[in-house]
Design a protein around this ligand. Structure first.
Ligand code: 3PG
Ligand code: MG
Length: 405
């Protein structure tokens, strides 16, 4: 981690190579990819404005999705350039590559205060491998390196780590952006010493993605509330039937040891006591990736811990919402990471929306500190127009300190 911040840099006339996390959620609308939550872009504006004011030439690099070294059209950063230009109120150039001649030409034409966004670095496999030769190619247009990609800070990739090394070796300055600084300060302080009760809400699809977070939080939290598809891996671990719900059989042992640790540590560990289930049916329609669109038929509330064979669990049920809201009512610190169900689909958004409301109420009416991590939880809060009713929205998911240590 760089010790300098952008405040300490003299960037006038210099090429500032800046890594940002613009891995934003996108949805296909009428054949176009549309950004559904721009939080990660908005949060970088203070750093960008400072560097523009100081006369730097800003070259922004980022990843989108996991294209695994291929030019995946749905994962282009082009729509992000448009959105950024709108938010900054100035032109943002875009190059359809992150290295090579086109980049060199565009950069050569830049004036002080200009902004240029480069295409998805993950169109190259070398990015995730942190390939030194690739880092050299990226660094070709860098006099100074700035890292403001908090959400990707847990990855040692060419654009997050390799380039910094190349620039530093040449005697160039490397610094953290203002977003990076703010995230580390806020999350570090609040989560190291939380006011109690400290209630954690964890959702999302996978236990395996969150296991480090769960393990660490079991040392810190008083209560953990589980939702989302990961709840079904826990149910599987408890011997229940999960039907067609999304489960990770490989993570059963992990789930079992989390349950055992919660017991040993006296952490209240709540799993859903009811849910909303529906029958998944493949339609003839194909999505942009050529996969059949799945329709969920006959959504019903299910109070049985077993899921019928032909159904999938897609949201927490009303009794679970009540139980979780009661826990949130007494919380002094709340950490929320991951949605409670398939909230992008209106039929399965009630659980996530109710939790969003309960977190907002705990913050506004009872003075709890609420920290929201993870792109999807932030998106859900913004969708419910509750984004300004919580204490802090982090742009990181896997990058939050709780999961990194
Ligand atoms: C994220 O959204 O979690 C970050 O942008 C990192 O992306 P990754 O998990 O694909 O590395
Ligand atoms: Mg991630």
């Amino acid at each position: 981690m760089a010790k300098l911040t952008v405040r300490d840099l003299d960037v006038r006339g210099k090429r500032v190579f800046m890594r940002v996390d613009y891995n934003v959620p996108l949805e296909e609308k009428d054949g176009q990819m549309v950004i559904t939550d721009a939080t990660r872009i908005v949060e970088t504006l203070p750093t960008l404005k400072l560097l523009i004011e100081r006369g730097g030439k800003l070259i922004l690099t980022a990843h989108l999705g996991r294209p695994k070294g291929k030019r995946e059209a749905t994962m282009s950063l082009k729509p992000v350039a448009g959105k950024l230009s709108e938010l900054l109120g100035k032109r943002v150039g875009f190059v359809d590559d992150c290295i090579g001649e086109n980049v060199d030409t565009a950069v050569a034409g830049m004036k002080n205060g200009d902004v240029l966004l480069l295409e998805n670095v993950r169109y190259y496999n070398e990015e995730e491998k942190n390939d030194p030769a690739f880092a050299e190619k990226l660094a070709k247009v860098a006099d100074v390196y700035v890292n403001d990609a908090f959400g990707a800070a847990h990855r040692a990739h060419a654009s997050t780590e390799g380039v910094a090394r190349v620039v530093a070796k040449r005697g160039g300055k490397c610094a953290a952006g203002l977003l990076m600084e703010r995230e580390l300060k806020f999350l570090g302080d609040e989560l190291d010493n939380p006011a109690r009760p400290f209630v954690v809400i964890l959702g999302g699809a996978k236990v395996s993605d969150k296991i480090k977070v769960i393990d660490r939080l079991l040392d810190k939290a008083d209560t953990i509330l589980i939702g989302g598809a990961m709840a079904y891996t826990f149910r599987l671990a408890q011997g229940y039937k999960t039907g067609k719900s999304l489960v990770e059989p490989d993570a059963i042992d992990t789930a079992k040891s989390a349950l055992a640790k919660a017991k040993a540590k006296n952490v209240k560990f709540l799993l859903p006591c009811d849910d909303v289930i529906a029958t998944p049916v493949k339609t003839d329609k194909l999505d942009k990736k050529g996969k059949p669109v799945i329709e969920f038929q006959n959504p019903t509330t299910n109070g049985d811990m077993n899921c019928p064979d032909n159904a999938a669990g897609l949201d927490i049920g009303p009794a679970t919402v009540m139980a979780y809201a009661a826990e949130l009512l007494t919380a002094k610190t709340i950490l929320w990471n991951g949605p409670m169900g398939l909230f992008e689909n209106k039929q399965f958004a009630s659980g996530t929306n109710a939790i969003a409301q309960a977190v907002a109420d705990a913050t506004q009416k009872r003075g709890a500190k609420s920290i929201i991590g993870g792109g999807d939880s932030v998106k859900a809060l913004n969708k419910a127009k509750l984004g300004d009713k919580v204490t802090f929205m982090s742009t990181g998911g896997g990058a939050s300190p709780a999961s990194r240590r």
